[in-house]
Ligand binder design. Structure first.
Ligand code: DAT
Ligand code: MG
Length: 151
């Protein structure tokens, strides 16, 4: 889809391991544009809303505990096919299944410590961007190389 938005989190493990720059650098290099960014401590309430689809899963309480265990970096990326481009760059949910060259494939070994969140589809992206960012925290702007990224 043209000019999609997607919500990214550098999760607590990525922050604690000093991987913020590597993760954001890889995403930036795709050509997707950062239109929102912040460093936040996720509350239990926000974690519950963000991971609502998993609330009945056995791993839900561990997931909430993990995502609230340390600050995260939240970003909104914008560009053509931002959701699928980002998911490809992230790798699979389980690092074991993530090929080299992907963020999870290169930086993670454990399903519960997989470094990055990225919205999985259009509905999730809209909901998650709204959960983490106010409208006035997103910047619409041009970059001089836009025409070299998008035809
Ligand atoms: P993704 O983060 O790739 O969108 P997901 O939405 O299915 O994956 O799950 C959210 C997170 O929950 C995932 O990044 C890691 C954790 N998780 C998923 N499945 C799990 C499982 N079976 N056991 C433990 N943690 C799991
Ligand atoms: Mg998901």
């Amino acid at each position: 889809m043209p000019n999609e938005k997607t919500l990214i989190l550098v999760k607590p493990d990525g922050v604690q391991r000093g991987l913020i720059g590597d993760v954001i650098g890889r995403l930036e290099k795709t050509g997707l544009k950062i239109i929102g960014i912040k460093f936040i401590q996720i509350s239990e309430e926000l974690a519950g809303k963000h991971y609502a689809e998993h609330k009945d899963k056995p791993f839900f309480s561990g997931l909430v505990k993990f995502i609230t265990s340390s600050p995260v970096v939240a970003l909104v990326l914008e560009g053509n096919n931002a959701i699928s481009i980002t998911r490809k760059t992230m790798g699979a949910t389980n690092p074991v299944d993530s090929p080299p060259g992907t963020i999870r494939g290169d930086f993670a070994i454990d399903l519960g410590r997989n470094i990055i969140h990225g919205s999985a589809n259009d509905d999730d992206a809209k909901r998650e961007v709204d959960l983490f960012f106010d409208k006035n925290e997103l910047c619409q702007y041009s970059k001089s190389n836009d025409a070299w990224v998008t035809e």
